[in-house]
Write a protein that binds this ligand. Structure first.
Ligand code: HEC
Ligand code: HEC
Length: 688
């Protein structure tokens, strides 16, 4: 089993960077002075923040049903019956809330319309030295493939002096479904579907599972994000139907009012996670055969026993009371849980609903497959709220950093204290005057990774307004610096030059023709000239901007950034120290916060060590609330990127790995090794 192999980890102490740093003979900073400086910069323990919660849940839930709703949400999140061919939400979010698989995890860059895999070697003469097997479907990644953007000198700050040894717009992400057209609800885990040849995700004509175009973020602490997804498209207001909140004009649920079934628009604020959760189940890359509607999922899973094919640990912190020793919960059907949790006016109607194209018709004589009960028709509402309520329990606030901010002077060692100072140092006048910052480089991290949540996309920060203005960034003879113009940003989203803006415009994108950012609308007229995947017009900091991640448990959630381009935290820190990879190409939309970073080589190990102090041990060992049912996840197909060795026509065989069920005490109690970083890499090393 792949999990057993994970035990062969490297020791941090063996990395050369660490040795070099450990011999530096500085006096350790005073914990009390560091805490004062960190608080002044706006940092705090996460348990000082109230977990965001929808204010109008009582319009939908029966009084006192919240605990059952969390059970329903946890079951739905981990249940492989939800997907068309065995995909659960957790299939891509099973490792510290994210995904650490290495085989068949590459997307060729489809966000930028590129359907061809490959690594491009960009500087003359570098080809022979660093030639790699080209990426492809079913490829197995290894340490040597990272960083995806490789320089001759990874610490070269001057863009004009850089030698690029290797570059690719390919993205490391998560495998989803095998390409198929939905044909109806089946009786088993798999829907009825017609397999389709896949022009992109295949090896020599044999299909492989399709891979997402952006790296998978962790669901842990996602509840604190005002908007979710890298581009923020999972709207804060949940409309009960789809991810697009108020942007979606047609989204309506069904409601029994005075004995009559009516269509109604609903607005559930503080519910980005509910909005998010109703996307993947019908997405033809993630969990669904093409053209499956959400009511079809209701039709499929409502009669099914929750987790019918998966073991649940009797000590599971949420589902334990419903465990029964054999796969599945004691509850006979999801419909029973829906009835127990939600108010009857959302499901207790005899009416039949049919879909006439996109249009919903109530009470029309059924045409069989396309006719639904009200409970089925409203399934997205139930799914979204229940999954969100489960995800809201995935809060990791017991990290060494949180203990330190809460007053424990011994929680961080001397290097981590220095790292924290680097993290919060913005070079402000009051910081320059404070002796604790003497000799400390300017990380400027807190400018974007702010507040107790360590991200400015938090609900807390949004309460303070959305748009921000700052000066532009400028390139001067290859040197990134502050410019003289002004630029608008959206709070919590930044272009920091990870990839060229034109490859993926991120938060500058649109939904139903409406910008994800309200900025172009505010500026007026600008909306007309926005074209997907075109270079951005100048001075709009939303293009190529991505959601700023909260950093807790990052040790376990590599690879990093929206493209999965860095394999270790040391590589991420090195990226910042050299001021990014594409600041020059992206200059028109670049966040000036990147230009304000000034880190020396000696600053990098303590900063990385500080990031390691953001790991909650409960996440590492999957103790409650991070315990979970058993899950088998697809892990590529037998063979490699040149040949699939087991197939039936264009349909491949599957390899699976198991994440065994664990209870509240987590993996250790089951004799399982703790979770490891991506590829088991030593996080302090830049050259794995
Ligand atoms: C095939 C893999 C896959 C599956 C299955 C999947 N996800 Fe994700 N998830 C992703 C990827 C990739 C992203 C980032 C997509 C983007 O930002 O464009 C993501 C983003 C998210 C986020 C946003 C986190 C953040 O910080 O922005 C949440 C929450 C989430 N998924 C929860 C779920 C839930 C709930 C389900 C099931 C309904 C699910 N995921 C199914 C791959 C997957
Ligand atoms: C100007 C804003 C800004 C600054 C300053 C900044 N970050 Fe980030 N950070 C981001 C954004 C935006 C992303 C995601 C970028 C992407 O994927 O395109 C990110 C991603 C990360 C990630 C990857 C997390 C993941 O899950 O993939 C780490 C780690 C990180 N930052 C640490 C730091 C550290 C350490 C510093 C200080 C040296 C720092 N950041 C400074 C905005 C910023």
């Amino acid at each position: 089993m792949a999990w057993a192999l994970a035990a062969a980890a490297f020791a941090f102490a063996a990395t050369p960077e660490w040795h070099r740093f450990a011999t530096a003979a500085d006096t350790p900073p005073s914990p009390v002075a560091v805490r004062v400086a960190a608080r002044a910069a706006g940092l705090a323990a996460l348990n000082t923040v109230r977990v965001p919660k929808a204010p109008n849940l009582d319009e939908f839930l029966r009084p006192g049903s919240e605990a059952t709703a969390v059970q329903l949400g946890k079951a739905l999140f981990w249940d492989v019956q939800v997907g068309s061919d065995g995909q659960a939400c957790a299939s891509c979010h099973f490792h510290a809330g994210a995904d650490n698989r290495t085989k068949n995890q590459i997307n060729p860059g489809t966000r930028g319309e590129d359907t061809k895999f490959g690594v491009t070697v960009t500087s003359a003469g570098a080809a022979q030295a660093t030639a790699k097997p080209n990426f492809g479907a079913n490829f197995t990644l290894s340490a040597g493939d990272f960083p995806l953007h490789l320089l001759g000198d990874d610490n070269e700050v001057n863009y004009n002096k850089r030698v690029v040894l290797r570059d690719t717009n390919d993205v490391v992400s998560s495998q989803g479904v095998l390409k198929s057209l939905f044909g109806g609800v089946g009786t088993a885990v798999h829907d009825v579907g017609t397999a389709q040849p896949d022009g992109v995700f295949h090896v020599a004509g044999v299909n492989t599972r399709r891979v997402e175009p952006r790296n998978t973020p962790s669901v842990i602490n996602a509840v604190f994000n005002h908007d979710n997804f890298w581009d923020g498209r999972a709207q804060n207001v949940f409309n009960g139907v789809d991810p697009f909140g108020l942007l979606s004009r047609e989204a309506k649920i069904l409601l029994l009012e005075g004995g009559k079934l009516v269509e109604q628009r609903v607005e559930i604020p503080t519910s980005s996670l509910a909005s998010q959760s109703v996307g993947p189940p019908v997405n033809e890359d993630e969990m669904s055969y093409a053209a499956r509607a959400f009511p079809d999922i209701g039709k499929k899973v409502l009669p099914l026993r929750p987790l019918a094919t998966q073991l649940v640990d009797p000590q599971d912190s949420v589902l334990g009371p419903l465990a029964r020793g054999t796969p599945g919960l004691t509850t006979a059907a999801y419909a029973d849980m829906i009835r127990a949790v939600f108010l009857p006016q959302y499901w207790d109607a005899g009416d039949t609903v049919t879909f006439d194209g996109e249009r919903r018709v109530i009470g029309k004589a059924s045409d069989g497959a396309k006719s639904y009960s009200v409970m089925e028709a409203n399934f997205a509402l139930f799914f979204g709220l229940a999954v969100q309520m489960y995800e809201a329990t995935l809060v990791s606030d017991q990290t060494p950093f949180d203990r330190f901010m809460g007053g424990d002077d011994a929680a961080l060692d001397a290097d981590q204290l220095r790292g924290l100072l680097l993290f919060v140092n913005r070079g402000k006048a009051e910081q320059k005057a404070d002796p604790v910052f003497a000799g400390v480089g300017r990380g400027n991290c807190v400018a974007c990774h702010g507040g107790a949540e360590l991200t400015n996309v938090s609900e807390t920060f949004y309460a303070a307004g959305i748009h921000l203005a700052d000066v532009t960034a400028e390139m001067n003879n290859g040197v990134l610096q502050e410019g003289t113009g002004t630029m608008l940003f959206d709070r919590g989203f930044s272009n920091i030059g990870v990839r060229p803006t034109a490859e993926d415009i991120g938060h500058g994108g649109k939904q139903f023709g409406i910008p994800l950012s309200t900025q172009p609308l505010a500026i007026g007229g600008e909306i007309e000239i926005l074209v997907e995947n075109q270079p951005p017009p100048p001075m709009l900091g939303i293009y190529g901007a991505f959601k700023i991640p909260g950093l807790r448990n990052a040790e376990l959630t590599g690879p990093y950034f929206h493209n999965g381009g860095e394999a270790t935290l040391a590589q991420v820190v090195e990226f910042y120290a050299r001021l990014g990879d594409f600041a020059d190409v992206n200059i028109d939309a670049l966040d000036v916060g990147l230009a304000r970073i000034a880190l020396e080589t000696k600053d990098q190990p303590p900063l990385t060590k500080f990031l390691l102090a953001l790991t909650d041990e409960r996440v590492r060992i999957e103790a409650a609330p991070f315990d979970h049912p058993q899950l088998l996840v697809p892990d590529g197909h037998p063979g490699d990127a040149t040949k699939v060795t087991c197939a039936n026509g264009f349909l491949p065989c599957e390899a699976m790995i198991e994440s065994p069920a664990v209870g509240a005490q987590g993996r250790v109690a089951k004799g399982l090794a703790p979770l490891r970083p991506f590829l088991n890499l030593p996080q302090l090393s830049t050259t794995p």
